[in-house]
Design a binder for this molecule. Structure first.
Ligand SMILES: Nc1ncnc2c1ncn2[C@@H]1O[C@H](COP(=O)(O)OP(=O)(O)OP(=O)(O)O)[C@@H](O)[C@H]1O
Ligand SMILES: [Mg+2]
Length: 263
């Protein structure tokens, strides 16, 4: 059964899509079967995997509105063990159309239940908002992975997101948990970086991943070649960082499983 992870932060441009694409590729190389679901009308995850939006026949839009089964939307990418439910600009209408359907917060959850058994991990790439689409992701997921940058406004964004997770937990998804916080576009030369890291550590001591993703030009170039960075330039600092993050994630998961078994 897959673990479903929503990659969320309502703040824009913090590395959500970049993390989904590169984390998925690294998990795939570790022989994990991964499904990415692009839940953003921008379709950045879709194009980062080299998939042309014009060629997409069934997308997250049809899946969310229940017009098609999720199985019909899945595309195998050219990267080992990684599949994708693509998004196109059609998804922009879904937020308004969802208001008129039953169980509007649980449409993605219902679809994922039918496919969960086929994967080890399902990664949901959320758009930069707290509208019905990301709420669908929060209702469907087991945990939330929060990419964040070390900027002044990041802390405000983080509190808002934690509050939304709390509300979703209360009303729709009692077992939701925070997987962890991942610092992206990290630059240790900036004073603000250390301040933000310390602040987050104070409030979420156990939730911070030790691995940080540095600002790296290879990471930002890779999408224009339609490739995750480990396929674009395996020896780059960016590729190494996403590999290290994946190793840390898998190690933490293993340790948590052991603990749960011992209980
Ligand atoms: N570690 C990094 N180093 C350099 N550039 C990066 C890094 N991570 C992300 N970027 C670049 O920063 C920009 C924003 O990243 P990305 O699209 O992943 O953020 P996002 O949170 O998904 O944005 P949105 O909220 O719009 O969906 C992109 O141009 C991406 O290539
Ligand atoms: Mg994005």
């Amino acid at each position: 059964m897959a673990v479903i992870i929503a990659v969320a932060n309502q703040k824009g441009g913090v590395g959500k899509s970049t993390t989904v694409v590169n984390f998925a590729a690294c998990l795939g190389q570790k022989n994990k079967k991964v499904l990415c679901v692009d839940m953003d009308a921008q379709g950045n995850t879709t194009s980062s995997f080299g998939i042309k939006k014009k060629s997409v026949e069934v997308s997250t839009y049809e899946v969310l509105l229940g017009l098609r089964r999720i199985q019909d939307a899945v595309i195998k990418t050219e990267f080992k063990n990684v599949s994708l439910v693509p998004a196109t600009s059609s998804l922009a209408a879904a937020d308004i159309e969802l208001i008129e359907v039953d169980n509007m917060q649980k449409r993605m959850k219902m679809q994922l239940l039918t496919i969960k058994k086929d994967y080890d991990y399902i990664l949901l790439d959320c758009p930069p908002s707290l509208s019905l689409i990301p709420i669908n992701a929060l209702c469907a997921c087991d945990t939330v992975l929060i990419p964040m940058t070390c900027e002044y406004f990041s802390m405000e964004g983080l509190s808002q997101l934690i509050e939304s997770i709390r509300l979703v937990k209360q009303r729709h998804n009692p077992t939701i948990d925070v997987e962890g916080i991942l610092f992206t576009m990290y630059d240790s030369r900036l004073n603000l970086t250390a301040q933000v890291v310390n602040e987050v550590k104070k409030y979420f001591p156990n939730k911070l991943f030790n691995t940080v993703i540095p600002r790296n030009v290879r990471i930002s170039e890779a999408p224009s070649f339609g490739k995750p960075v480990i396929y674009y330039d395996k020896s780059s600092k960016g590729a190494e960082a996403y590999e290290a993050f994946t190793a840390e994630f898998l190690k933490r998961r293993k340790a948590a499983e052991k603990q749960n078994k011992a209980k």
